[in-house]
Design a protein around this ligand. Structure first.
Ligand code: 13P
Ligand code: SF4
Length: 319
């Protein structure tokens, strides 16, 4: 613990001095989230991470999250150095949507507007008309539907189905899934709800339909955090990566938080819902970024330039 504290102190000092700014996702370790906040960086959902990195004056951004978050930062700020504590931190949605297969899918459906989730590679974004995150997907798809468009959606099938149900839009879905959220179980959640009848159920829309159907609030990580902070209930059942609980506990200290059941939940596994790639981010990784410029994101300029359009469209829409 003494060495950890010394490392935290060193990193806080160096980040505060302006060497770089740390931008962390809610699913990363509590230590990293605290470091980002203590040093003038940010802890947020993926949409806010993109905005923060674009607008911050620092010339080096350290993005603690998964690969697509670092790539989005680089797409928006090509002149900045974008580093990640672990470049191998990927995402099952990104892995499950290879750019060539996706391009073929798009070619087969030229009559559709291509809308991709943020959790995709730069090459997939380069083929898209719009990028969305879970916090802005609904209004953007509604806008497209109202303009008479049919949609090709990738990669998350659960989020795609949820948006199609909510908006009534004609959406053709890629069949990807998040390995963390896909594990939440409707029947077990229903049983848990019976044990806690006054609890509010909060669900990230990457979860299966049966889980979403039991939710009081469906939304992005920041939306779920807001629901706990502002909610009048005492108890919350949370169906998303348990990394978010760290910030929930800090901002709503008196409230009771219960993890929603997953396929792997048991008495001995209290924290099953945690993204293995988010967990690859560490304080040591941040030190490597600062000391050696490790984990730099490089993108081919033509891919970056093509991917920029769909992200800018989203940022303008949500401004
Ligand atoms: P948010 O956009 O809600 O931060 O979600 C990103 C993510 O990877 C969810 O699993
Ligand atoms: Fe991807 Fe799921 Fe991990 Fe989010 S939690 S980064 S969607 S694998």
């Amino acid at each position: 613990p003494a060495r950890r504290q010394a490392l935290l102190d060193q990193l806080t000092r160096r980040l505060k001095s302006g060497e770089a700014v740390l931008i962390a996702h809610y699913y990363t370790d509590g230590d990293l989230q605290d470091l980002a906040l203590a040093s003038g960086g940010c802890v947020s959902d993926s949409l806010e991470m993109a905005r923060f990195g674009r607008d911050h004056p620092a010339q080096t951004l350290i993005v603690a999250g998964v690969r697509f978050m670092g790539e989005t930062a680089k797409i928006l700020s090509p002149g900045k150095r974008v580093l990640m504590p672990d470049l191998d931190a990927t995402c099952s949605l990104d892995l499950g949507c290879p750019a060539e297969d996706f391009a073929r899918f798009c070619d087969e459906h030229p009559d559709r507007q291509v809308v991709v989730y943020a959790n995709t590679s730069a090459a997939v974004k380069a083929r898209a008309d719009w990028m969305v995150t879970s916090s802005c997907a609904l209004p953007i798809v509604r806008h497209l539907k109202d303009a008479g468009h049919k949609i090709l959606w990738a990669p998350d099938k659960h989020l795609g189905r949820y948006i199609a149900d909510e908006t009534g839009a004609d959406m053709l879905l890629w069949q990807g899934a998040c390995i963390v959220h896909d594990e939440f179980k409707g029947v077990e959640l229903e049983l848990l709800k019976r044990e806690h009848p006054d609890a509010m159920v909060l669900v990230h829309p990457e979860s299966p339909e049966a889980v979403v159907a039991l939710a009081d609030v469906v939304g992005s990580t920041s939306r779920l955090l807001k629901a706990v902070v502002e909610g009048t209930a005492q108890t919350y059942i949370v169906a998303t990566d348990n990394g978010l609980m760290h910030r929930m506990r800090q901002l709503a200290p008196g409230k009771t938080l219960i993890e929603a059941p997953t396929a792997g939940s048991s008495a001995t596994c209290k924290s099953c819902a945690h993204c293995p790639w988010m967990a690859m981010n560490s304080l040591q990784g941040v030190l490597q970024c600062l000391d050696h410029g490790r984990g730099e994101i490089h993108l081919e300029e033509d891919v970056r330039a093509k991917a920029l359009g769909c992200i800018e469209r989203m940022l303008e829409f949500t401004a």
